[in-house]
Design a protein around this ligand. Structure first.
Ligand SMILES: Cc1ncc(C[n+]2csc(CCOP(=O)(O)OP(=O)(O)O)c2C)c(N)n1
Ligand SMILES: [Mg+2]
Length: 341
């Protein structure tokens, strides 16, 4: 398989991943990938029909995101993993157990939106019971916040880790380097997985005009942080890479920087039109492999798409019935509520 940079195979890509994933897990991964994509496509069509103000999301990052989400230890508090996500984190959250209707509610900005009460962009999750820290539209700030929860976990002990994700362009900001520094202080190393999803663009600026190297993970080298780069479109390769990195951090209590090369299948966001672009589609690639390996038939693959498309239609019909937030609620969750003594 050719990755986004035209490289045929990466040095450590697809090494043994296929043996590690059993048949049932591959079918589950496929189901979650399609579930996420159908949710994204519904959100995009809502935006185009004026039923949602702005779309941004993780369409094209399903191979990477689902593989990560399924390997997270989900729960509340420092014994479990913390997530500081980018605005393309839907495949991760979906693999952890979010439902399409919740994303559709946030897309339509209804009062029933469990993440922000209809006050935040779609895919800006906030799930305290799973340690998913509120997603911010301001890029890169998550890299600066992540050492905080990782520091708590370093003191707490156990095997919980912190995971932070962000895009290639944002790594040019100082927050990324601060993160590398805080993660690697001698004797104070943090159990932190620092992920860069590289899609070759920051909105409409190609990375080739901004960054001298495509291997942003290597910025971790001067800090002594173990790092690697992978084809994020290849389920088996990225699963194996994440598994290895996560196992290292859980045991060694040290940071790791991982770059996943991914596609941006509908461009940046609705601001750039949200139209399909000709990049590698990780779902199509995975389906071809599943069929070739005799794990699923074309009819079974088609049935998965049909199931989730129908489910999304039902979600949308339901959400259309739900109330929008009241204007008077605008200050809720912005400042502390007045004391009621
Ligand atoms: C601090 C800050 N600066 C600028 C922006 C505007 N902005 C939104 S997305 C984006 C590009 C981000 O590109 P990248 O980090 O590669 O992530 P991608 O969207 O490609 O996943 C920019 C510049 C912002 N949201 N926050
Ligand atoms: Mg980018």
């Amino acid at each position: 398989m050719v990755d986004n940079f035209g490289r045929k195979s990466l040095p450590w890509g697809a090494t043994g991943g296929s043996q590690m994933l059993d048949r049932a897990t591959k079918i589950k991964i496929h189901d979650l990938m399609v579930k996420t994509r159908c949710t994204e496509e519904t959100a995009i069509s809502m935006n185009k029909q004026g039923e949602g103000f702005f779309w941004i999301g993780g369409a094209g990052e399903e191979a990477f995101g689902v593989s990560l989400g399924l390997q997270i230890r989900k729960g509340q508090g420092p014994a479990y993993d913390y997530l500081h996500l980018h605005y393309r984190g839907a495949p991760i959250a979906m693999a952890m157990g979010t439902e399409p209707i919740d994303q559709i509610r946030q897309m339509r900005a209804t009062a029933t939106d469990r993440y922000s009460g209809g006050r935040q962009f779609v895919e800006h999750f906030a799930i305290p019971e799973w340690n998913i820290v509120p997603v911010t539209p301001t890029i890169e700030t998550q890299y600066l916040m992540a050492p905080g929860t990782a520091h708590v976990q370093r003191r707490f002990g156990g095997e919980g880790i912190t995971v932070v994700t962000g895009g290639d362009a944002g790594t040019a900001e100082g927050d990324f380097h601060c993160c590398l520094n805080w993660a690697s202080r001698p004797g104070e190393e943090l159990p932190l997985l620092i992920i860069v999803t590289h899609n070759r663009f920051g909105i409409s600026t190609p990375s080739s005009q901004v960054q001298a190297s495509n291997e942003l993970n290597r910025q971790a080298e001067p800090f002594g942080i173990r790092n690697s780069i992978h084809d994020g479109n290849d389920v088996e390769a990225i699963w194996a890479a994440l598994e290895e990195a996560i196992a290292y951090i859980r045991k060694e209590r040290k940071p790791y920087c991982l770059q996943a090369n991914v596609s941006r299948i509908f461009g940046h966001s609705s601001a750039t039109g949200a139209n399909r672009v000709p990049e590698v589609d990780c779902i199509t690639a995975f389906e071809d492999k599943l069929i070739k390996d005799g794990i699923m038939t074309r009819t079974e693959v088609d049935a998965v798409w049909k199931k989730w498309k129908e489910h999304l239609k039902e979600c949308l019909a339901q959400v259309r019935q739900e109330p929008l937030p009241d204007g008077a609620d605008i200050w809720r969750h912005v400042f502390a509520e007045p004391a009621t003594v």
